[in-house]
Write a protein that binds this ligand. Structure first.
Ligand code: DGP
Length: 115
């Protein structure tokens, strides 16, 4: 079964896409946690951080470069933002297609972790 995000990459599900190239797609999160909340994903399905291979290193690096460029374009680079990757159930991962959350546009406060 393709994930929701594979279906967005394939154009089968609508999304507010803010960046796209042959390796990476970025779109607005459907449940934004801040004024800016973008998901940056590889077009190919990598389920979790645990599934990244050494050969994926350039692609994973590019996820950060796209985050950097989008933060600048969206005007949040100078004030700052948070990049988050959740992995598996303890990490709270909901969609099993690797994604970087780019969150900002307001002070986010300290990062909290439930104990
Ligand atoms: P995570 O917990 O890290 O797997 O985050 C998944 C995020 O994906 C969550 O913030 C909500 C978002 N999301 C789930 N379904 C959709 C969808 O169909 N479209 C968009 N744009 N975002 C989605």
């Amino acid at each position: 079964m393709p994930t929701l995000f594979e279906r967005i990459v394939a154009g089968e599900l609508p999304a507010d896409i803010v960046y796209r190239d042959d390796e990476i797609t970025a779109f607005r999160d459907i449940r934004p946690q801040a004024p800016v909340h973008i998901l940056i994903i590889p077009n190919k399905p990598i389920p979790t951080v645990n599934d990244i291979t050494d050969a994926d290193a350039p692609l994973v690096g590019r996820l950060f470069l796209v985050a950097r460029d989008l933060a600048k374009q969206l005007g949040i680079a100078a004030d700052g933002y948070r990049l988050i990757v959740n992995c598996n159930s303890h990490g709270g991962q909901e969609v099993y297609h690797l994604h970087l959350h780019l969150v900002g546009g307001a002070p986010l406060g300290p990062m909290t972790v439930k104990r």
